[in-house]
Design a protein around this ligand. Sequence first.
Ligand code: PLP
Length: 465
Amino acid sequence: MTLLHNMPTADLQKLDAAHHVHPFTANADLAAKGTRVITSAKGVFLRDSDGIELLDGMAGLWCTNIGYGRDELADAAHAQMLQLPYYNTFFHTSHPPVIALSAKLAQLAPGDLNHVFYASGGSEANDTNIRLVRHYWAIKGKPDKKVIISRHNAYHGSTMGGASLGGFSAMHAQGGLPIPDIAFIDQPFWYGEGGDMSPEDFGLERARQLEAKIAELGEDKVAAFIAEPVQGAGGVIIPPSTYWPEIQQICDAHDILLIADEVICGFGRTGNWFGSETYGIRPDIMTIAKGLSSGYAPIGGSLLSDEVADVIANGGDFNHGYTYSGHPVACAVAMENLRIMEDEHMVEQVRDVTGPYLAQKWAQLADHGLVGEAVSVGMMASLAMTPDKAARAAFAADKGTVGLRCRDRSFANGLVMRHVGDRMIIAPPIVISKGEIDQLIERASTALDETLAGLKQDGLMTAAG
Ligand SMILES: *Cc1c(COP(=O)(O)O)cnc(C)c1O
């Protein structure tokens, strides 16, 4: 058939290289090497076109929370496509799936986040947030409150707005970013940047940079602060316990909105429905995507508090929207995904059983000769590789050299583990069982062993001067 499911790998690679431009990829290098073609998946396991099985330690891109192969979601999409495959929500129109999902999200979300503006993913939702918070303050007679404060090494998506809010310098370097009126403070990354401070003191110091930045810019110029409860793409950076309470207090004390980007942390990843619950955050706006549909359909959105929604609702037309805002098929899939997560108590399972189990097993990796720290929360974890544990030193080799080697050894041992610089990260489907966690840890350990052996052989276990 036309979807090439039975084409030999080499031919698929050739066609891919000829016509498909991959995201975040040096495409010429990939074309020379040949892409890996994933053909099917079930539970937490992927299968490629050569029949090789891989444990998906990254839940796709942090999104397949309920795991692969849940036929109920396919059935929900099929039924909705037959009933009403598409209609828009622009012209005083709506449809049952978007109404159902909005009410469901209002019920699941903490506090009074009772209103949803839809997008097709997290980047679009964050673009909405930029326009929405500026519009909010303009309606309130404060059009100069425009600046959004974010953090270095944050990830908020890849659109012009999302990448501007993000703190990745490699992204800002391409395409003329950031857009105006985005400001940055440092990240609460104790292992990498905490020096001799205790994690608690360091967390406070980094949070107080927000207060200093507000003072520097002037409270009358700042619209909002945006942050991920736990930085995901930045390297699964879990903030010190002192960080979020201080941030919350600073946001409360100053007249600015707090946006929690829950695109990764939402829908069970941290052992609660939302990372904001895990860290005691009371956001005015929440960005959601990824786990909302477990990646089975593209959907994201912004959850708004009663107050924010009320101001926007009474401010005339909000001149903003996407063709696929509240897409009926995506909404139907998301509803079915949330139903399964609730019925099968998946979030409680992470909180009470598999999360603590992963925490205990993952922490033991810190005993490995290559590992400086190994930390986790819920079903996301990271470890830092180092040539000198005591000094938390970086490698003399270019940043990412060791990480890439470990990533390759991990794939070779049947585990999808990602590297961020020389940090290794995992975020498997939240349905992963204890036995599968054992398999994940075993494969990760083997990858670390083989990476260390290779580094020694090549004389790369040296610290940066
Ligand atoms: C993935 C991600 C985004 C972007 O979502 P897309 O669906 O890729 O547009 C935004 N914020 C965070 C925290 C993310 O991890």
